[in-house]
Every structure is written in structure tokens, then in C-alpha cells.
Design a protein around this ligand. Structure first.
Ligand code: SF4
Length: 376
């Protein structure tokens, strides 16, 4: 059973009548150019300026004639999310609170802020983005769940998070960018917008990210996994597992009642993996709940027959009533999986000092919004 809480809050602002250029495919930009009385090939040039050159101000698009830039400035816009707040961690990661405008022309959207996290490391940066504002999947270890679903994000809003994070860190960018769809929201419950954005991420004429550098993480929405399996171009798939039995998973992820482990893992077995592809299973370790050697042995049995990798994520103590597992239990868990041939890694959340656990910042911002308007 999925608990769906809908917000009735809507923006008072009038919808912007200008068409949003962000999130449109090349074909859509070509059609837009024709509708503006321009040759279709200008759409390809515009796409190049937006994603290869990452120019979000049409007046900077020097590959377009001045008359067209003027026309675009008066009739279209690039609706980038607005940075409301930056929280910089001692480990270098930056957590952004972004305010979203109403997306494409004529569509009144609900007021929404989302989180995006920029995590630099030696040779790359990883950007964690949101796909929905709030979330309807009621995971019991996640504060975003307490917001309920506010609304789906558009392709423009999903791509905009990456562009804003790259632009804000332009001076210090490393050669490789990874994008993980692990922020607020369940990506497979906003499938069309997510895949429209992912296609632009992976397009060699778009943001040019390698498929192995883009990861979509799902709580286990089986119809979405089956649909993703049919995509020609797709990101890496990660499943948020977090339990070793149905009884346990029902307690922390009520979505398991709808798609129990047998059905979920059957969909994973049928997901035809390509050369060097695997499915990553994320396992948040909750001390005293799912971290025993017996849990580890059950996980090994569950994953049998699936080319998989496991990420163990020790719980960060926070607002919710769970405990961090003992380090020895984490090690023992990892040893059992590795001994059975399952590549297993321990991942600590980045940016813990700036509320790194999933959804913590969203909740804080939501609470502060109720008390006072957001300040730029
Ligand atoms: S963990 Fe992800 S899917 Fe689960 S409630 Fe939080 S945002 Fe939604």
C-alpha cells in the first residue's frame, strides 16, 4: 500500500507564457524553431549551445545569429532552478535547496523546493538530483516521506538541477561527472519526465554522460523496472533493498506489500543486463534491525542469479528512531557477502554535517517555510 499525501498548495503566480527551452529533445527544438519561422537545423544549434556549451542565457549563444537570439529572448526562456540556499559540508560537498519555477508555458505548477547535492572527489563530481518534490513512497527511514508527494518534476527541472550544480562549481570541475537520481522522489513514478532528462544526459550531442555514470535508484516499482528494461539507452539501475525478508521490508518500505521481494527480484532476474552491466542493491543498515549475519546470508540467497553489487550504507543517526550499526557488524555483513561472491562496498553518506541523510534538508526547509518565507 502506498500512502499518497497530496498538497493542495499552488502558486499564486501567473504561468509564464514563454516556452521553456530546457528539457526538450533535439526534435522538439527543431519543431520549435520551425514554429518561430526559422530553419529546423537551428534547433540542433540551440541544443548544442544548451548542453555541450552549457549556455543558459540565449544572449551568450554565439552560434546563433543575433536576430534569432533576440527572438528567443522575447519568446522563450531557460527555466533554471533558483538557488535558495547552499549548505557547504566540511567534506566539500554542497547541498543546494532549489526553488522551481512553473516549467513550460501555460502550466501552473505547485510551489516546490527540492534538494540537489554536489559531491566533489579527486577525479570527478557526483551530483545527486531529485525527480519529484516530496515523495509518496513511505519509506520509514526517510524524512522526505513525511512531506508526501507535492508534485512530479518536469524534464526541465530535472536537467536544471545538474546545470545549476555544474555552473555553480564551474571553476573547480573535474573531468568526469556522475549523476545519481537518488534525491527526493521515486524516479520510476515520474517515468516519462525522468527518461526525457536521462536521454539528454546520455546523448553524445547532449550532456555526453556515459550510461555507467548515471544511476537511477528505485524503491522497487516493478512496472517501471520492466519498462526501463526495454529502453535502448538507459542509466544504471539501483534497487533500494534495505531488508532481507518480506516481513522486514514491509516494516521499512510499505511499497513491498505491493511489489514483494519475489516479484521484485524476479523482475531483476528478467532485466537483461548488457556487457559489464550489473544491478546495484542499496542496503541501509539499521542497527539491531537488518544488520545480523543471518540477514547477510538471506541477502546472498535473495540475490542469487542476479549479476549484482551491494552498497552497505550504515544509518546516520538523525531525527528518526533508528540506530547506527556497530562497525564490527557492518564488516561481518560485508565479509559474508564477499565470501559468497557478491561484490560489496560500505558507503558513508557525504555531507553529514549539512543534514545528509535522505530528506533531512527537505524537512528542515519545509518547516522553516511554514514559519517564514524562504530568503534568497
Ligand atoms: S527513500 Fe526515496 S523512495 Fe523512499 S520515501 Fe524517501 S525519497 Fe521516496
Amino acid at each position: 500500500m502506498i500512502f499518497i499525501k497530496m498538497s493542495s498548495e499552488t502558486t499564486a503566480q501567473a504561468p509564464d507564457s514563454k516556452s521553456d527551452l530546457l528539457g526538450k529533445s533535439v526534435a522538439e527544438l527543431r519543431a520549435l524553431m520551425e514554429s518561430l519561422g526559422e530553419p529546423a537545423y537551428r534547433g540542433g544549434q540551440l541544443y548544442h549551445a544548451l548542453y555541450i556549451e552549457r549556455r543558459c542565457d540565449v544572449s551568450d549563444m554565439s552560434n546563433l545569429p543575433a536576430s534569432l537570439r533576440e527572438k528567443l529572448a522575447s519568446q522563450t526562456r531557460v527555466a533554471l532552478p533558483r538557488i535558495v540556499r547552499r549548505h557547504v559540508s566540511t567534506d566539500g560537498s554542497v547541498r543546494y535547496v532549489l526553488s522551481l519555477s512553473s516549467g513550460d508555458s501555460g502550466r501552473a505548477a505547485k510551489d516546490a523546493t527540492v534538494e540537489t547535492v554536489f559531491m566533489p572527489s579527486e577525479n570527478r563530481q557526483t551530483i545527486c538530483i531529485s525527480t519529484q518534490a516530496g515523495c509518496a513512497v513511505d519509506c520509514r527511514f526517510c524524512l522526505t516521506a513525511t512531506l508526501g508527494l507535492i508534485r512530479n518534476l518536469s524534464a526541465s527541472e530535472i536537467i536544471g538541477q545538474v546545470l545549476v550544480a555544474l555552473e555553480d562549481n564551474r571553476a573547480a570541475l573535474k573531468p568526469q561527472t556522475n549523476v545519481v537520481l537518488m534525491g527526493q522522489g521515486e524516479p520510476l513514478l515520474n517515468y516519462d519526465a525522468v527518461m526525457a532528462a536521462v536521454r539528454i544526459f546520455l546523448d553524445p550531442h547532449g550532456l555526453k554522460l556515459a550510461p555507467r555514470h548515471v544511476t537511477l535508484s528505485t524503491s522497487g516499482i516493478v512496472p517501471g523496472i520492466e519498462r526501463l528494461a526495454t529502453e535502448k539507452l538507459r542509466p544504471k539501475l539501483a534497487i533500494s533493498l534495505n531488508a532481507s525478508s518480506d516481513e522486514q521490508r514491509n516494516q521499512v518500505m510499505p511499497i513491498n506489500r505491493k511489489y514483494p521481494l519475489e516479484i521484485l527480484l524476479d523482475a531483476c532476474r528478467k532485466y537483461l543486463l548488457r556487457s559489464r552491466e550489473h544491478i546495484t542493491f542499496e542496503y541501509v543498515m539499521l542497527g539491531g534491525f537488518n544488520d545480523s549475519p543471518e540477514d547477510a546470508r538471506r541477502v546472498v540467497r535473495l540475490l542469487s542469479g542476479i549479476r549484482s553489487k551491494v552498497n552497505l550504507i550504515p544509518w546516520n543517526p538523525g531525527e528518526l528512531p533508528w540506530h547506527r550499526p556497530e562497525a564490527e557488524w557492518v564488516e561481518a555483513f560485508q565479509r559474508i557477502l564477499i565470501a559468497k561472491g557478491v561484490p560489496t562496498f560500505v558507503r558513508d553518506s557525504r555531507g553529514r554535517d549539512v543534514m545528509a541523510a535522505c530528506g533531512q534538508l527537505a524537512l528542515l526547509e519545509s518547516a522553516s517555510r511554514q514559519a517564514s518565507p524562504l530568503q534568497p
